[in-house]
Design a protein around this ligand. Structure first.
Ligand code: ZN
Length: 91
């Protein structure tokens, strides 16, 4: 944690200016890289949120798992069966 000797105060990196200077006296306390490497949080909106990725618990660089072929086959068979049951109502 950077310490300003002129102000006799410790400053949190997020409380300092972006160039690493003291907010009170302006003395450079820390290298600007440290202040710029702080994590920046994006605002979550409906446009940038990915519910599928959040539900999977995977990181951004990991690929999402694909839907298994047997699940697709089961859904197709269910549609054929229910379609046939609807046809049976009218015959
Ligand atoms: Zn200061």
């Amino acid at each position: 944690m950077p310490f300003c000797e002129d102000c006799a105060k410790y400053w949190a990196p997020s409380a300092m200016h972006a160039d690493g200077s003291c907010p009170t006296c302006g003395r450079v306390l820390d290298s600007p890289q440290i202040a710029s490497t702080l994590p920046t949080f994006r605002r979550v909106t409906a446009e940038n949120i990915d519910i599928r990725r959040l539900a999977s618990g995977l990181d951004d660089d990991q690929e999402l798992p694909k839907t298994p072929w047997h699940f697709k086959l089961l859904v197709a068979a269910l549609c054929v069966y229910l379609g046939w049951r609807i046809v049976q109502i009218f015959i």
